[in-house]
Design a protein around this ligand. Structure first.
Ligand code: ZN
Length: 170
């Protein structure tokens, strides 16, 4: 196990779409284990491949561990197969954009389909924070960031912080 460096905005790798995972091998299992360790150490509740420079369709998430009930998931080639009309607005943080919380509106419930590390295809209905977390991580796999989804006044407020990050050394 190893902690991986987390890429920071505006690293261009955060903007590239990912390739699907086509083989589950020891390298991929190691990557997933390292991503979970890195996520917990950050500390965060989700981490997507591009955030550690792996442009592959996978993310890890554990929306409940900070409340004392760990529920780690490794999601390969995740996709949303259904989404509610009802929406929820939550403040989202991103380990790649520290210090720039984003108020984002998304479907309140989704059905997520993914492949686990043993190659089994799973589908689960996610609600509450888990639904937000999965959608945030899935966006990363398409090169989308939460700062793309905030409304205009919030974007103006965030832009000063983003400029500082873009000018900074890393
Ligand atoms: Zn993020």
């Amino acid at each position: 196990m190893a902690l991986l460096p987390i890429l920071r905005f505006p690293d261009p790798r955060l903007r590239r779409p990912c390739l699907p995972v086509t083989r589950i091998d020891d390298d991929l299992r190691q990557l997933a284990a390292d991503m979970l360790e890195t996520m917990y150490a950050a500390p965060g509740r989700g981490l997507a491949g591009p955030q550690v420079g792996a442009l592959l369709g996978l993310f890890v998430m554990d929306p409940t561990w900070k409340e004392g009930t760990p529920s780690p998931r490794v999601c390969l080639n995740p996709e949303i197969v259904a989404a509610s009309d009802e929406t929820a607005t939550r403040e989202e943080g991103c380990l790649s954009i520290p210090g720039v919380p984003c108020l984002v509106t998304r479907p309140a419930e989704i059905a997520l389909r993914w492949t686990d590390l043993s190659g089994v295809v799973l589908e689960e209905r996610l609600t509450g924070f888990a639904a937000t977390c999965a959608q945030h991580e899935l966006d990363h796999l398409h090169g989308r960031l939460c700062i793309d989804l905030i409304d205009e006044p919030a974007r103006v407020a965030a832009s000063a912080a983003l400029r500082v990050m873009a000018a900074g050394p890393g």
